[in-house]
Design a protein around this ligand. Structure first.
Ligand code: ZN
Ligand code: ZN
Length: 249
């Protein structure tokens, strides 16, 4: 399994790309930079997308991906929770902000198809088994565990302090790697708490709950504080992702 960290940042600048992970070139996990980070040719290979939650930095380029593919007669299948699908329909693909691609082109084969997922229920997504997992962020948020053969990979997406996802993941013997977040430095615990994110002082405690030897990768550093966050989590046994990094298991 090859995971390209197309965008890994918790904020957007000319040098920072928003959250998108691409599995083996064909399954996109979140769409913060799925167009700015990938060529048209690469976008045309992405049939399936998992959307973890409705926040702009995770869905921002999904409408553009759907449009790009639709012009080649290709659809996108979006896997998301019921709440996230409702938000996408109401607030994004609503015929005002962006066309309702469930009705385009007219007829049997729309350019956008939603597939509802439920926490802990495994679904087949192309070559993969995907299990959505509850995390502590906005309503409808889900991390995911993606398995192919004997390789398991997990993505918590954005989350504050939580237990359920770690308890479930520590029971997965095939888990090779986990991507989780660290958005703020330690003196911003209060903001991390109310925005349901992790700070560098919270991260160690969360990883103790995981308690496996899977590799841990960190994303979603706010670019304003990335230097301090890097210093503060230096002692933890984690890899801090940069845009464009590749993880291979
Ligand atoms: Zn978020
Ligand atoms: Zn985010």
């Amino acid at each position: 399994m090859k995971i390209k960290a197309v965008g890994t940042s918790g904020g957007k600048t000319i040098r920072n790309m928003l959250t998108t992970f691409l599995i083996d070139g064909k399954l996109a996990v979140d769409c913060g930079s799925v167009c700015t980070g990938l060529s048209l040719e690469e976008q045309l290979k992405i049939h399936d997308v998992f959307i973890s939650h409705i926040h702009m930095d995770h869905i921002g380029e999904l409408p553009l991906l759907v449009d790009n593919r639709a012009l080649y007669g290709k659809s996108v299948t979006v896997y998301a929770t019921e709440t996230t699908i409702r938000y996408l329909r109401e607030y994004v693909f609503n015929g005002v902000v962006w066309p309702d691609f469930e009705k385009i082109p007219a007829g049997e084969f729309p350019a956008l198809v939603y597939k509802r997922v439920e926490y802990y229920y495994e679904v087949n997504v192309g070559d993969y088994l995907l299990t959505p997992l509850p995390v502590n962020h906005v309503k409808g948020s889900a991390g995911c565990y993606i398995q192919k053969g004997k390789i398991g990979f997990a993505y918590t997406s954005d989350t504050g302090k939580t237990d359920a996802v770690w308890e479930w993941l520590k029971k997965q013997p095939l888990l090779k790697g986990v991507v989780t977040e660290c958005s703020f430095p330690s003196d911003m615990d209060a903001l991390a708490g109310i925005s349901h994110h992790l700070s560098s002082s919270m991260l160690g405690g969360e990883l103790k709950k995981l308690g496996t030897d899977a590799d841990v990768f960190i994303y979603h550093l706010k670019p304003q504080f990335s230097g301090r966050i890097r210093e503060e989590i230096h002692g933890l046994n984690v890899h801090i992702l940069s845009d464009g990094d590749e993880i291979v298991f």
